[in-house]
Design a protein around this ligand. Structure first.
Ligand code: TRH
Length: 382
């Protein structure tokens, strides 16, 4: 971005609205910009406690700290006066957060102006292509911000994918001892590993108890690994006071909430993954294992439209996956959900879903990785 020798600077402004997806995505962006492109990244984040859950190296006390080469600033208020020298070359506001007004004023004084990106949420809906990269003028200042949409086609920003992600996944999945060591570190016993292993990450309203009942009475042993706090009530009802319980053909084990890197390994290690929101959903797509997505709920069931848009792209003709996913997300059918039948049918389709997954990854990879796409876009604006 520069004629001089200093490295490009980039700022990400992240407000944690709820859960872990906001900081989860911002942290991935920050790390990849720095590690793969040598960019000096400053991450402004208002909730260090949530950050620490997904990255234990973070201090919840520090106003300013450096984590894995990224400067992390606690974003406490919106006030303050900034100079043009404080402003990064590329400024990313995550999900339309309001950047401190003083910082925006300083952006308007920079020459040249910084590239200002509004990073939006991931959706498979058609309209995304039309909105990706659109400019929006500031009403008063001489500044333009651009929308940047992740997505599933080459007319969007693509998906987040680190350079060595698929290589690291392949090495892990080819190494049975690495899988066994990893699961053993989480307390998983040898018999549990030999069963169909499932990871579970979903919102509290998912029909977990009904699915547990189907697995319990099913014809094949299932081990379900649940990070601490997920589906808390339904898991506690099955497991009781301890960390693990077996009833019938189902073992449910609570495991610690993992760092982002270990969470990837969990997805690689399991035969089927239940994921949610945005970031774990994308990681599951790169894990090369069948997954079920629990979408973040929106008013007036708007999320059902998004869910169907994705299934239409990803699960074409995979009826068992479509049926299971719709019911998992509370989309009503003509009769109450028959979980044993839904599961039996999904289980029978797992090999087909796995090969669909491989095709999907090839298509998604061809769209380029999101961080590289964002940098190319930013450079085209300077
Ligand atoms: C279960 C688990 C997750 N994670 C990480 C993976 C992800 O980065 C993050 C979870 O983020 P998500 O999957 O997106 O689910 P999420 O539900 O936590 O996050 C979000 O979804 C977005 C769509 C909304 O905009 C957000 O407001 C938020 O609700 O937590 C771990 O690091 N360790 C774990 O053990």
């Amino acid at each position: 971005m520069h004629n001089d020798q200093r490295s490009t600077t980039l700022a990400i402004f992240c407000k944690v609205v709820d859960n872990f997806g906001d900081i989860g995505i911002c942290w991935r962006l920050a790390r990849q910009f720095h590690r793969e492109h040598g960019i000096a990244v400053t991450l402004w984040v208002d909730d260090l406690a949530s950050f620490r859950r997904i990255w234990p190296g973070v201090s919840v006390e520090a106003g300013e700290q450096v984590v894995d080469g990224v400067r992390v600033l606690r974003w406490r208020d919106q006030d303050g006066v900034y100079a043009p020298a404080d402003v990064a070359d590329i400024v990313i506001e995550f999900f339309g957060v309001d950047i401190p007004p003083g910082y925006v004023a300083a952006m308007a004084q920079c020459e040249p102006r910084p590239v200002w990106i509004n990073y939006e949420g991931l959706s498979a809906e058609e309209w995304v292509e039309g909105c990706h990269a659109l400019p929006s003028m500031h009403p008063r200042l001489k500044l333009t911000k651009h929308f940047f949409f992740p997505g599933f086609t080459d007319k969007t920003g693509g998906l987040l994918r680190e350079r060595d992600l698929l290589g690291a996944r392949d090495r892990f999945q080819a190494d049975a001892a690495a899988r066994a060591d990893f699961l053993a570190r989480l307390g998983v016993g040898k018999d549990e590993m030999a069963a169909l292993t499932v990871s579970l990450f979903c919102y509290p309203h998912a029909p977990v108890a009904a699915l547990f009942a189907a697995w319990q009475a099913g014809d094949r042993p299932v081990t379900c690994l649940v990070p601490q706090g997920v589906a808390h009530e339904q898991v506690a009802a099955f497991v009781g006071a301890g960390a693990v319980a077996t009833h019938g053909n189902l073992t449910v084990r609570t495991i610690p909430f993992l760092s982002q890197d270990d969470y990837d390994r969990l997805l690689w290690a399991c035969d089927v993954n239940f994921v949610r929101g945005e970031d774990s959903w994308v990681r599951a797509q790169w894990a090369g294992r069948p997954f079920i997505w629990h979408i973040y709920p929106q008013d007036e069931n708007l999320h059902h439209v998004k869910l169907r848009a994705f299934l239409q792209k990803y699960a074409e003709n995979l009826d068992s996956l479509i049926d299971f996913s719709l019911r998992w997300n509370g989309v009503e059918g003509d009769a109450p959900a028959d979980w044993p039948a839904l599961w039996t049918s999904l289980q029978a389709s797992l090999p087909t879903i796995r090969s669909r997954d491989a095709e999907w990854q090839a298509r998604m990879s061809a769209n380029g990785d999101l961080v590289r796409n964002l940098l190319d876009f930013a450079r085209s604006l300077r």
